[in-house]
Every structure is written in C-alpha cells, then in structure tokens.
Design a protein around this ligand. Structure first.
Ligand code: RUQ
Ligand code: CUA
Length: 678
C-alpha cells in the first residue's frame, strides 16, 4: 500500500474505519450486557486501547467520526489553509483546516511584536503609510473581509487583501512571506465595510463603503445629510508585478448616502459587475437623545433597501476617458456621471440586507435580509434585460431602480436572521442564520438543479451552531469551482462551549463537514478564537500557496522583495562607522552571536543599524531586542533590516536574541553603551 494510494483512498478508509468502530461499539455494548469481555475488539481494526477510550469518554460514532476527520498525526499537513480576519485585533489569522490549528497571526494594522512588526524595522514604514498623517498614527484596525487574489475566478494564492472598517484602510499581504507590504488610507472615506474583495483577475481590489460621511470626511451638520453625506466605493488598481496597489490608477464612484454593506464581484456572465447591499435607505441620522428614533429603528422602517448594481468595466472606461474629479488625490466619478453613463442601478431587496453573494457560475446574486426569513435570489440575466428594456423609475438621487419582480429569480425561506451565503460543488448554498444560530443548507435551482437530488430553491437542512453565527466560509468557496468538503461557521458568541475565562469570551469557529449530500451536514470541531472577533475568512487549497522556506538570498529586504543595499554576506563585513554625529552599524546575525557584540556610542548620536541574518537553515530565525528603546526585530533566515533612532537615553543597555535559536541562545547578546554628554 503506497502512501499515494493511502491518501487517494483516505476518505474511504476513514468511512470504513468509522463503520467498523460503530459496529465495534455496538458489539462491545452487546458483549458487556452479556457480561462478555472486550477480547474481540481487535476485529474493528482499532486497538483495544482506542476502543476502550472511546467507550470511557462516552463517544458516539459521530464523535469518533469527527475526531478522525480533524486529527492530524504529527508531521501531517492540513490540506486547506484558512485566512481569517482578526477583527478589532487588526490582524489576520492563518489556520489549518480541518485540524483548526492556528499557524500564524499576521500583523496587519496593529503592531505585532513576535514578527517585529512595528518595532523599528521597515514594517514601521508600512504601518506609517496607513496613518491619518504624520501626527496622527493609527495603531490598530478592525479587519473584516480577507480576500485572496484570483486568476480566472480561482484563488491563485499570491496575495491577500483585507480592509480596516474603523478607518477605511486597505492592506496588501504578500503570500510569498505572509507579510504586510502596503497599507493605504482611503483619502475620501473614514470607514468602510464591503471589502476587500477582488475582481476575477484581481484587476481591482474593491473597498466598499459603510456609514455615509461627506467625501473626505469634512465637517458637515447632520441636518445636511441628504445633500452632503455620501457613500463611496473605491476600485484600487492592483499591480501584480510590484505587488502593490497603484493609487494613481485607482478611482472611486460617489454613491447616495445609503449605508452600503457587503459586496461581491460578478464572474462568468456577470463579470465586469459588482453587487453591494445597502441599508438605511431611510436616510436616518439617529439622535435618540433628541427624541429621534434610534438608528436601529430609524434604519429599519422600509420594507426594502437597494441592491447596488455597478458596472466596473464601464466605470473603468469612464475613468480612462477622464470623466471624473480629482478629490484629495484620487479620481472620483460623480453620482450624476455614474447615472448618465449607466454605471449604477438599484433593485429593491428585503429587509435590512447584509450579505450579497454571487453564485460560483456568476448567474445569481444571493441576498440575506437580516429581518426577512428568506434569502432573495436575483438573476443577472433578468437584471440585464430590465436595464436594456429601459423606462426605469429612479430613486430620490436619480438612480434607476429595477422593480423587484423584474430582477428576482426566487426566494427561499430559511429562518431567522439570514446573513451570508457560501457555496459548494454539489449545487448547495449555505446561509448563516444569526437569530436561529444555525447553518442552512439549501438547494440551488437553475443550472445547479441537476447536481443534487432535491428540487431547486428549497431548504435541505438546518444545523444548529453555537452561537449567533455571523459569517460562514467554505473551502474555495468564493471561487468559480468551490470544493465543498468543509464549511466553517464563524460564531459571535461561544457562551458555554469552553472553560470560563471571565466575562470576555472567545468567539467560536465551528468546522462543519459538508462532504455528503442531503441532510448529512455534521459538526466536527469547535475552535475558540481568543483574540478579537473575526468577521469573514477564506479557505484555500494549501498546495496553491508557495511561500518561501527561507528568504531567497542572504540580505533580502522583505519590504522591497529584493536585496537590501546595506546587506552583508559574512561576519567579516560587519563594522561600525562614524560620520560626525551619525553612527552606522552593519551587524551580522548567526547562531549564536552578533558581530559586533559591543556597540559604543555617545548620547545624542544618530544611529543607523543594519542587521543581516546569515542563516540558510529553515526556521533559524533570530530576534533582536534592544532594551529601553522599544526596538524588537524578527530576522528570518536571509533577512536584512535597518533601524534608525537617536540615542537619547545614556546608559548601559543590552541587545539580545529573543528566539531560542540554539543551545547557546542565552549567550547571543551584546552591550549597547551610550556614553552621556558631559
Ligand atoms: S460583517 S457578520 Cu462581514 Cu463585517 Cu457580516
Ligand atoms: Cu539567536 Cu537566540
């Protein structure tokens, strides 16, 4: 039996094992009732120990199935990798699926000492590029929606994008080293939500808006809400070669001050279009303390809000034709131009909607109305026919509105609080039901109807989850060809699922097995997230990721992804040079010493310190912590970093390696002596 054979038949083998075990459990129950011993359990293929343990812990066959599905023996790697937002922690979590082991926390909007992110090296520049301005640093973010770069509508595993809802920022992570390379502060928006998500070939990374504000968030009284407040969707042009967003080729479209929410990009027949929910078509401005209805009541008066239907390919042409205004350094297509050029349409959507998700083939858009027990399915084809038919009425801002009966394909009643929908390879959709605390599996119709035994547009199963599910994600779920083995429920509350750790509880990711059809969804695993509240996540096949094992060459600068001009390649090149008040240090770092080990300077000196990790061995990372100066680097094999500071504090300081890199790691240190001025 070769290893390959085993892997190909792993699922079958697992199923067999479970059947055997179930029979074994039943048989051994019978035996114990008969007073028989456990002597024959070897027949199950499991050891007597394993069988006894399952019995001792009272495992059902489902428990054993779940355990076998999620267990990874040492050295075996997860077939999927999940990138989850780190919520108000501002980071991205990297998690193996199905084991649900946390593999990494990527520092994005918040400094992350473990990676030396924001403590002296080039990552300081990355963080600083996302500040409001020099005097107003932003040292955290609220990450919501990670988005893996795509080629032809499939995750390509090259880049990851994520938004910061709190400050309207976008981050670019390079998946060659899983490090944040760029943060952009949106020059015209102060918060965002419906992003990041990408067009099918990552031409653009889209940042949708949330709470309306004047463009450029200039002061305006809420009495002028209708006239001065606006929504704003941004199309960030992504350059794969530089691995950066090119702000000079990006543009925005002004939208009415409805609160645009989640968006998704069309694909296949709907490629070139973007679909965004909205709520607060009531234009409520709050003020419960003044006797106005609170926002939660004011924004939920209307039975329907507007699904925004935006033609980004046409918008790109309008932008290329120069029909925009430059506002705060970026091109903004006005609402009037958007209407005149046929870039923007609405269709009603019930009621206070949240998620808008395009089916894998791009034929339909599924919308979950938080206050409506249905999901509403729109046909892109019908939308196009209605637009071509013309004669549409408009909303108060002059945007054409396609009547619901002209755009809708179907509605499926699922239960309370439908939010987000993801898809599998069997023609099913999975919708999170926040109020019901359940995952609804339902059968798609149209071209998907012959993939499953059920009738199209029908509810198939509701699986309870724990508790208050927000987002839901599926293996390769946002691609044109989802995998359909696993779904993860991203639950907001965990209540009683884990040991009490005080009044602030972890969130709960629940892994669900969706490999079988019909009502056979099964809960497999509970994973506590004790570091903020993740929103969305995406799951990619692990073999699509090809990160570096060590940096390609000694002297690699992760910021530029090229050789650092101040890299050195051997300890012999290490040195200290003084030029007036400026002291420049070229330091080598290798097990288990720094060269030089003594750095002696004078109070007030300007210090420029280049450090190169000369290691070529995988995992031979060294840290560099400098006491008293808030400096802490992580130097991965081959990496070069530069830190710059003024030696304002005289005294005797130490620098040392923070990674236990060798038996003589504790000896990996040096003295930094700052001689006081007279
Ligand atoms: S949100 S729970 Cu994506 Cu920010 Cu829906
Ligand atoms: Cu290098 Cu410890």
């Amino acid at each position: 039996m070769t290893k390959e054979w085993f892997y190909q038949h792993k699922l079958g083998l697992l199923a067999l094992l479970v059947v055997f075990l179930a029979i074994g459990l039943l048989a051994s129950c019978d035996r114990s009732e008969e007073g028989g011993g456990a002597g024959q359990v070897q027949d199950t293929g499991l050891s007597a120990d394993a069988n006894a343990l399952a019995q001792e812990r009272g495992f059902t066959p489902d428990d054993v199935y779940a355990a076998l599905k999620t267990y990874m023996p040492t050295g075996e790697l997860d077939p999927y990798i999940m990138f989850a937002s780190g919520g108000q922690g501002g980071q991205v979590l990297v998690i193996g699926v199905p084991s649900m082991r946390i593999l990494k926390v990527i520092g994005v909007f918040t400094p992350e000492p473990w990676q030396g992110y924001g403590y002296g090296g080039s990552s300081n520049d990355v963080l600083a590029s996302g500040f409001m301005d020099e005097d107003h640093p932003l040292l955290w973010g609220d990450t919501h929606h990670p988005s893996i770069s795509e080629t032809n509508g499939e995750y390509d595993g090259k880049f990851l994008f994520i938004n910061d809802k709190a400050n309207a920022r976008l981050a670019v992570i390079d998946l060659r080293d899983f490090e944040t390379k760029q943060i952009i502060k949106n020059p015209n928006a102060i918060n965002d939500h419906g992003g990041a998500f990408v067009t099918p070939n990552t031409e653009y990374v889209i940042e949708g808006p949330q709470y309306a504000a004047p463009i450029g968030w200039e002061y305006a009284s809420l009495d002028d809400y209708d006239a001065k407040y606006r929504g704003l969707i941004t199309f960030w042009k992504f350059d794969r070669v530089t691995g950066r967003v090119d702000e000079s080729k990006s543009f925005q479209i002004e939208l009415p001050p409805y609160w645009q929410d989640l968006c998704d990009a069309g694909k296949g027949p709907s490629e070139g279009w973007v679909f965004c929910n909205s709520f607060n078509t009531e234009l409520a401005t709050g003020g419960v303390e003044l006797g106005n209805p609170p926002f939660e009541a004011g924004t939920t008066q209307n039975d329907t809000d507007y699904l925004h239907i935006i033609n980004w390919k046409a918008a790109e042409e309008v932008y290329n034709a120069g029909k925009y205004d430059m506002i705060n350094g970026i091109a903004v297509i006005s609402m009037q131009t958007a209407v005149d050029e046929g870039l923007l349409y609405f269709t009603p959507e019930p009621k206070s909607p949240h998620g808008a998700d395009v089916t894998p083939g791009g034929e339909y858009i599924v919308v979950g109305g938080k206050l409506d027990p249905h999901v509403t399915i729109y046909s892109f084809d019908k939308i196009m026919k209605a637009i071509e038919g013309g004669g549409l009425d408009t909303d108060v801002y002059g945007v054409p509105v396609i009547p619901l009966d002209a755009s809708m394909e179907a509605q499926v009643e699922l239960g309370l609080g439908p939010l987000h929908t993801v898809f599998d390879d069997k023609g099913y959709a999975y919708t999170s039901l926040f109020l019901d605390s359940a995952v609804a599996r339902w059968a798609l119709g149209g071209p998907y109807a012959d993939k499953h035994p059920e009738e199209g547009w029908t509810l198939v199963q509701k699986l309870p989850v724990h508790y208050n599910i927000g987002h839901i994600t599926a293996a390769e779920g946002d691609t044109a060809t989802p995998d359909g083995l696993y779904v993860v429920a991203l639950n907001k509350w965990s209540i009683d699922r884990f040991a009490n750790v005080g009044p602030l509880l972890p969130q709960n990711f629940q892994l669900v097995d969706v490999s079988r059809t019909g009502d056979q969804m099964k809960l497999l695993y509970d994973m506590p997230i004790g570091m903020a509240e993740p929103h969305y996540a995406q799951i990619i096949k692990a073999d699509k990721l090809q990160p570096f094992e060590v940096y390609p060459e000694i002297g690699w600068n992760p910021e530029t992804m090229s050789i650092h001009p101040n890299a050195i390649t051997s300890p012999e090149e290490a040195r200290v040079e003084r030029d007036g008040d400026t002291v420049e240090i070229w330091m080598s770092v290798i097990r288990s010493h720094f060269v030089p080990e003594r750095v002696e300077i004078k109070e007030g000196d300007q210090v420029i310190w280049h450090l190169t990790n000369l290691e070529r061995t995988r995992d031979a990372t060294h840290g560099f912590a400098l006491s008293g100066y808030n400096i802490n680097l992580s130097l991965e094999p081959g990496e070069t970093q530069t830190i710059e500071f003024t030696a304002t504090q005289p005294g005797t300081y130490t620098f040392y390696c923070t990674e236990f890199c060798s038996a003589l790691h504790l000896e990996m240190l040096g003295y930094f002596l700052v001689e006081p001025k007279e």
